[in-house]
Structure formats: structure tokens, C-alpha cells
Ligand binder design. Structure first.
Ligand SMILES: C[S@@+](CC[C@H](N)C(=O)[O-])C[C@H]1O[C@@H](n2cnc3c(N)ncnc32)[C@H](O)[C@@H]1O
Length: 174
């Protein structure tokens, strides 16, 4: 992604998430299983990310979500007991996370990592999961390769990357 595209992306998502959806998210995390039973059977990115029993594998795990957007998934993972680091280039995601942490007693409050995922200063070899939900398809291939290399650096040796991306004609989960 060129710097110009990157800036457009940031402006677009900052505008989109400005008003937040915090009351909806709070409702969903207070009704976790009902919410997950619904979205994982009706919405493809949720179905893909939560495949193979992901819901039951999160408690106590350290998770990094790149491009967390409106922060719904970061909040769900944290409410399921994971220690969640949520990254987005849009600062408005950070404001949503502040409000979520103020209004819900997560076992581990969500940590916001602001800015470009590639430029994070996180130490390597520390995450059980790196998540990219409806995100990688925004990138051009050379940049996507950098995201994948960064993901490999951040994961512990038996860690797992869970990505869902859409393509023009079909969707890929893996
Ligand atoms: C389509 S949204 C997906 C949001 C969320 N994961 C979901 O499933 O709804 C893509 C997100 O990636 C963020 N983003 C774009 N480029 C980024 C980058 N280089 N580093 C971190 N986040 C980025 C955008 O701000 C946006 O919130």
C-alpha cells in the first residue's frame, strides 16, 4: 500500500469508527454465547476466524489482532478471557478500546497498539495467536508479505495465525 493509500485508509476508518459502537459491543460481550452462536453461523468472517473451536481455546492466551477496526472481535476475545493486544492505524479504534475498558471488567484490559502494524515495537516470540479478520485483502502483495513476516516474528513457535480475507469472487479462510 502506498503512503497515500495508507493515509486514505486511516482517514476513512477514523471517520467510520468515530461515533463508536460501544453500547452494542457491551451488549454483545454481556451476551457472549448468544452473539457468537449467531455471528459464526451468519457472517463469513466470524465463521472463518472461529472455526475449529477457537472460542474455547482463547482463555489465558495472548492474542494480537491487526486492523481491529470497530474492536468488536477484540472485545469478544478479551471477554472470553484472552489477553488481547489490538492494533489499528485508525486512532478511533483506540478510543473505542478506552471506553470498553472503562465499562467492562475484562480479566485483562485490552491494550491498544496504535499505528501501522508493520511499525509496531512489540517484542517478538510472544503471541499464541495473531488475528487478521477481513484485513489482509486491503494490502498489495509486497506489503502483505511484510505483514506475514511480522506475524511470524511475533508468534511463539507453536503459535497460530488466523486470517480471513475476501477476494473478488470468493473468500479464503486459513
Ligand atoms: C475492513 S477493516 C476490518 C476491521 C475488523 N478487523 C473487522 O473484522 O471488522 C480494516 C481495518 O484495517 C485497518 N488498517 C489498514 N491498514 C492498516 C495498517 N497498515 N496497520 C494497522 N491497521 C490498518 C483499518 O483502519 C481498518 O480498521
Amino acid at each position: 500500500m502506498s503512503t497515500e493509500n495508507q493515509n486514505k485508509n486511516k482517514e476513512h476508518y477514523d471517520r467510520l469508527y468515530k461515533d463508536g459502537q460501544v453500547s452494542n459491543i457491551l451488549h454483545w460481550i454481556n451476551n457472549l454465547n448468544t452473539f457468537l452462536d449467531s455471528v459464526t453461523t451468519t457472517e463469513i468472517s466470524w465463521f472463518a476466524i472461529y472455526k475449529n473451536n477457537f472460542r474455547d481455546r482463547l482463555a489465558g492466551k495472548k492474542v494480537l489482532e491487526m486492523g481491529c477496526g470497530d474492536c468488536t472481535n477484540a472485545a469478544i476475545m478479551a471477554a472470553l478471557g484472552a489477553e488481547v493486544y489490538a492494533n489499528d492505524i485508525a486512532d478511533s479504534s483506540g478510543r473505542i478500546i478506552e471506553l470498553l475498558n472503562e465499562n467492562y471488567e475484562f480479566k485483562h484490559p485490552i491494550k491498544f497498539i496504535s499505528g501501522d502494524f508493520i511499525k509496531n515495537n512489540l517484542k517478538g516470540n510472544q503471541f499464541d495467536f495473531v488475528i487478521g479478520k477481513a484485513f489482509l485483502h486491503h494490502l498489495e502483495i509486497p506489503l502483505e508479505e511484510k505483514f506475514l513476516a511480522e506475524t511470524a516474528r511475533l508468534l511463539i513457535s507453536n503459535g497460530e495465525a488466523r486470517f480471513f480475507r475476501t477476494c473478488r469472487k470468493f473468500a479464503i479462510a486459513g
